[in-house]
Design a protein around this ligand. Structure first.
Ligand code: KIV
Length: 308
C-alpha cells in the first residue's frame, strides 16, 4: 500500500492505452464506443484529456482542413504528416489512420506497404479503408502483416463519383442486403471494427446485431456500437456545409471570427499590446543602455537619422 492510501481506499485505477481488444470488449459489455477525427497535435491532446476512445485521422482532412472539394486529392504524405502530429498529442486513445484514395486500390503489395507506414512512421495503431467484398483480399493481407484494419461501408467518400454524390446508401432492400453481406465478408477478412456511414438506422442496427465486431456509426442512428463525428463539424468550425446527421456541440467559427475582429480592432486602436502583454527591462539596465547610447556611437546616430 502506498503511503498516501488509506486502508479503505482502492488503488486509483491506472489509465490504460485503448487497444483493439478493449474496443471489442466494449461491444461485448455493451459499452458505447466514442470516436472522433483529429488532424493536429492540440486537438488530439484535448481529445485524449476528454478520454475519447478512438481518434481517427480521417482523410476528411482533405475537405475540412486542406480545403478540397472531396477526399480524393489527399496523399499518403499528407496523411502521414497529420498522423504524426496526432500521435504526438494523444497517448491513450486508439489511433486509426485513414488510407487515402489509391493507396490500397492498385495492388495488395502496395496496400500492405502503405498500411505499414501508418504504424511504422506515423505512430498509428490501426488503419481504416473503404469498400466491401472487393477489398477482402487486401484486408486479409494487411491483417496478415499484423496491422489491425477498420472497414468502412455505406457512404464511402472516396467513391463519391461512382455513388453520384455524398448521398445516403442502403435505402432499398437490394443494396441493404448487399451491405449486410459486405459487412460479414469484412468481418471474415479480419476487420476488428467497421464504420457505417449514412445508412438507414434500422439497417445499421441489424448489421450491428449480426456482427461480432463493433460498428461505429456516422449518420447511421443509435443502433451502432459506437459513434463517430468529423470534429470540425461537431465544433461548428467547418461552415461550408453541414450534413443532416451532424450535431453541433459548439460554434467555434463564430467565436474565432469574433476573436480575430476584436484583435484587429485593438491593433488598429493601439490598445494591444498593453503593459500586461509586454516584456520590460529593469530601470537600472535601461539607464545603463541610455548611457551607452549617449557615448556617441556614429552608427547609431546615422541609423537614427535615417529612420526619421
Ligand atoms: O475521413 C473521415 O473522417 C471518415 C469518417 C467520416 C468516418 O472516414
Amino acid at each position: 500500500m502506498s503511503v498516501n492510501q488509506s486502508p479503505t481506499q482502492a488503488p486509483a485505477e491506472e489509465r490504460k492505452k485503448v487497444s483493439v481488444r478493449l474496443i471489442q470488449a466494449m461491444k461485448a459489455r455493451r459499452e458505447p464506443i466514442s470516436m472522433l477525427t483529429a488532424y493536429d497535435y492540440p486537438t488530439a491532446l484535448i481529445m485524449d484529456q476528454a478520454s475519447i476512445d478512438i481518434i481517427l485521422v480521417g482523410d476528411s482532412l482533405g475537405m475540412v482542413v486542406l480545403g478540397y472539394d472531396s477526399t480524393l486529392p489527399v496523399t499518403m504524405d499528407d496523411m502521414i504528416h497529420h498522423c504524426k502530429a496526432v500521435a504526438r498529442g494523444a497517448q491513450y486513445a486508439l489511433l486509426v489512420g485513414d488510407m487515402p484514395f489509391l493507396s490500397y486500390q492498385v495492388s495488395t503489395t502496395e496496400a500492405v506497404r502503405n498500411a505499414g507506414r501508418f504504424l511504422q512512421e506515423a505512430g498509428m495503431n490501426a488503419i481504416k479503408l473503404e469498400g466491401g467484398s472487393e477489398r477482402a483480399e487486401t484486408i486479409r493481407e494487411i491483417v496478415h502483416a499484423g496491422i489491425p484494419v477498420m472497414g468502412h461501408l455505406g457512404l464511402t467518400p472516396q467513391s463519391v463519383h461512382k455513388l453520384g454524390g455524398f448521398r445516403p446508401q442502403g435505402r432499398d432492400a437490394e443494396t441493404a442486403f448487399k451491405l449486410l453481406e459486405d459487412a460479414l465478408i469484412l468481418q471474415e477478412a479480419g476487420c476488428f471494427s467497421l464504420v457505417l456511414e449514412s445508412i438507414p438506422g434500422r439497417l445499421a442496427r441489424l448489421v450491428s446485431e449480426r456482427l461480432a465486431i463493433p460498428t461505429i456509426g456516422i449518420g447511421a442512428g443509435a443502433g451502432c456500437d459506437g459513434q463517430v463525428l468529423v470534429t470540425p463539424d461537431l465544433l461548428g468550425l467547418f461552415e461550408r456545409f453541414t450534413p443532416k446527421f451532424v450535431k453541433r456541440y459548439a460554434s467555434l467559427a463564430g467565436e474565432m471570427r469574433q476573436a480575430f475582429s476584436q484583435y484587429k480592432t485593438e491593433v488598429k486602436a493601439n490598445t494591444f499590446p498593453n503593459a500586461e502583454h509586454t516584456v520590460e527591462m529593469s530601470d537600472e539596465e535601461w539607464h545603463s543602455l541610455e548611457q551607452r547610447l549617449g557615448k556617441t556611437n556614429p552608427s547609431f546616430i546615422v541609423h537614427d537619422e535615417a529612420v526619421r
